[in-house]
Design a protein around this ligand. Structure first.
Ligand SMILES: [Zn+2]
Length: 376
């Protein structure tokens, strides 16, 4: 096999990103997500009993989806039944923990072969995990993200810059961005931030009158650091939305101070077993009905309730979450919430010309025939 080059990997990804079909599909998904989004607000005022009842119904569905899968052969299907009681945590305690290493290489044993969307975890913490998502779970995810952005005042259709690792076709140091009208999105490359390119990023934000930015913490941190080092003025933003990596307190402070706006962080995983949204009081609220979360000494055991194609029961994620509270938050929302989460930190590689590159997992995405890879 010929050596894999950076350009090969990039072009494979660009085909996906630049497809007009994808843009049309995303516009359709936004439309379909709207009715779901309208129903979300009331979930924040559910009582504990209502939440537990919802979790029980969700868990029963998840068991139903899991019962014929090879990976769950050892699980008694009658664990969730009218006779089993309705305490989801007592039911889950009867199940073994599921580690990522249990699934990698035998993903099909945990997936239903029905139409859906394929995805992978980033692989930044080890071997990537192949995932399957139901269309419904994708819509629910998008609706929740849109709902969360609404807490900051963002509305669907507002022009938004995105700096989350999508490779921008034909990006150069002079223009490391691309505006996609169908998505009303300004794509900013996460892989071209350098002293030479930074002015172009800021000009693009001004040209398209962008007030909202969704970014990996490492991407916006790099852009901010380089812009400040060059003494450039930053265009005013209304809010910055971050997710997918741990947002360190000092990183948050530096970004918020530089851009003159606050960050609204979202905690979640590609496996879609747990999601939490940062509120006005800077507490992370577990999204009601999304998954069931059990705290253990070495992380969280998470059970998804929305994805019918890949049920994950007591799947362990290694993040450390602190400051749990079950009382009503000062923001007015009910349900469980926590203060901080620590886990995935991203290094940044300094490349030729001072270019800062993080989240290198994209190098292998969309490339056929690679069994294993390591960047070193
Ligand atoms: Zn709150």
């Amino acid at each position: 096999m010929p050596a894999l080059t950076w350009a090969d990997a990039r072009s494979a990804r660009e085909v996906t990103v630049s497809s007009s079909v994808r843009a049309a599909a995303e516009a359709g998904r936004r439309t379909l997500a709207a009715p779901i989004r309208r129903n979300l607000q009331r979930l924040w005022s559910c009582s504990d009993d209502e939440l537990r009842a919802r979790e029980f119904i969700g868990l029963r569905k998840t068991f139903r989806n899991a019962r014929d899968l090879e990976g769950y052969r050892a699980i008694r299907p009658d664990l969730v039944s009218a006779e089993s009681g309705r305490d989801v945590r007592l039911i889950l305690e009867c199940l073994p923990r599921l580690e990522k290493s249990d699934i990698v290489g035998r993903e099909r044993a945990y997936q239903r072969r029905l139409p859906g969307l394929d995805a992978t975890t980033s692989g930044t913490t080890g071997t990537p995990l192949a995932l399957r998502r139901s269309v419904g779970s994708v819509l629910v995810e998008e609706a929740w993200i849109s709902h969360h952005r609404g807490w900051a005042g963002h509305r669907p259709g507002d022009v938004t810059a995105v700096m989350r690792g999508e490779v921008v076709a034909d990006a150069t140091d002079a223009a490391a961005y691309r505006y996609v009208p169908a998505r009303r999105t300004l794509l900013l490359s996460s892989y071209h931030v350098s002293e030479r390119a930074v002015a172009g990023y800021l000009d693009a934000l001004r040209t398209h009158r962008v007030k909202w930015l969704a970014a990996y913490p490492s991407s916006i941190a790099s852009l901010t650091a380089v812009a400040l080092a060059r003494g450039l003025a930053l265009p005013p933003l209304t809010a910055i939305f971050t997710s997918s990596e741990t947002l360190a307190p000092q990183t948050r402070e530096a970004i918020e101070s530089a851009w003159g706006c606050r960050i609204w962080d979202h905690y979640g995983h590609a496996e879609r077993t747990v999601a939490a949204m940062e509120c006005e009081e800077r507490r992370y609220h577990l999204v009601p009905g999304y998954g069931i979360v059990e705290q253990v000494d070495d992380g969280l055991l998470t059970t998804n309730l929305t994805n019918s194609l890949m049920p994950l029961l007591r799947y362990r994620v290694t993040d450390t979450v602190e400051g749990w509270d079950t009382g009503r938050c000062a923001c007015g929302r009910a349900g469980r919430h926590f203060a901080t989460v620590a886990g995935r930190m991203e290094d940044v590689v300094i490349g030729e010309g001072g270019r800062r590159i993080g989240r290198l997992d994209f190098v292998f995405k969309g490339v056929e025939g690679v069994l294993a890879g390591q960047i070193c």
